[in-house]
Design a protein around this ligand. Structure first.
Ligand code: ASP
Length: 328
């Protein structure tokens, strides 16, 4: 009798772990410009294809045994190489007409984190963030020092012209025409294309990462939430993995990514309750546009935004990708 009981228990365990496949969630930025009438069908298709390609890359590496952290880096590298998004190659330009790239990454298993801000040479800032996590005693490296660190880690560096796309140059021109030449205003209504990813792997480990060019016309070395652990990115196996996008100043002031974790840990809210409260009841009244994606330890998908759209998608193991851009 006792051995039948033990057999049943272990069978249930095997079935449970077989059911618990991985899940990948990504965003490609949120904004009030993301309305069907503003985004051409070709552009919508480019966003959708970009997100699907990144999700499929994540699935391929997870299928071959990668853990959540490594897969987040792979997914975000695909998005950074796609000029339709505001990260890596397609990053928006500073007031001076250069890129200044930010990225961060966190491992929910052990709370290790790595980030870079203001890099201008490394092709994939998320890989530089990963190198900081793995090979330095630090969490955040900035500017030319971070580029030099990436070079010493044998990461691919590119010339400044790699990042100068027609799209980003035109956006800077429009920005200067609208806000004037002597401004440090941020155009918070522009379409944003920051990228982020959260993954729950088969072993129950969570990881999250975010990568961005920031906001068009940013000046004086402005840095947003994306490279700040706790603001733009957070992961903790006890609760959730979160990546944010939107007007970074607000996400920093409200420690948004960490707050999702904190509400789950201390207030016992579910992931979606926590995300809804922060995005709609805290950020929105304060004037903070944006949203976030994430996953909870139990595999619940979080996708919440207070703008007219957020480029987003998810993929559950063995299933096809699901994507969306606008409010449903
Ligand atoms: N959060 C980013 C920043 O403030 C921008 C974005 O997500 O669109 O730099």
């Amino acid at each position: 009798m006792r051995s039948i009981f033990i057999l049943l228990i272990s069978l249930a365990g095997v079935m449970l772990s077989a059911q618990a496949g991985y899940t990948i969630v990504v965003h490609g930025g949120a904004g009030n410009g993301l309305k069907p009438e503003n985004v051409s069908p070709q552009r919508q298709e480019a966003y959708t294809q970009g997100v699907e390609k990144a999700l499929q890359r994540g699935a391929a590496v997870l299928d071959s045994g990668a853990d959540a952290l490594t897969a987040v880096v792979e997914v975000l590298s695909v998005l950074e190489n796609d000029s339709v998004f505001n990260a890596g190659r397609g990053a928006v330009l500073t007031y001076e007409g250069e890129v200044s790239l930010d990225a961060s990454l966190m491992n929910g298993q052990n709370l290790e984190a790595g980030a870079v801000s203001g890099v201008q040479r490394v092709k994939n800032p998320i890989q530089a963030a990963y190198a900081v996590l793995q090979h330095s005693p630090h969490v955040l490296l900035s500017g030319s020092g971070a580029d030099e660190f990436a070079r010493l880690q044998q990461l691919e560096l590119v010339s400044p012209s790699y990042f100068l796309t027609q799209k980003s140059q035109r956006a800077l021109k429009r920005y200067k025409a609208r806000f004037g030449l002597e401004t440090s205003e941020l155009n918070t209504n522009a379409k944003m294309g920051t990228v982020g990813c959260a993954i729950l792997d088969k072993n129950g480990n969570l990881a999250a990462g975010t990568s961005t060019g920031g906001m068009t016309g940013k000046r004086y070395g402005r840095i947003g939430d994306s490279p700040i652990i706790g603001a733009g990115t957070y992961a903790n196996n006890a609760t959730c993995a979160i990546s944010c996008t939107g007007h970074g100043e607000f996400f920093m002031r409200y420690s948004v990514a960490y707050d999702v974790h904190a509400r789950m840990a201390y207030k016992k809210q579910s992931g979606s309750e926590a995300a809804q409260a922060i995005v709609h009841e805290i950020l929105k009244p304060a004037g903070g546009n944006g949203g976030l994606i994430g996953l909870t330890q139990s595999g619940q998908i979080i996708m919440e935004f207070n703008t007219s759209g957020m480029i987003r998608g998810y993929l559950k193991e063995g299933q096809t990708p699901v994507t969306a851009i606008f409010k449903d």
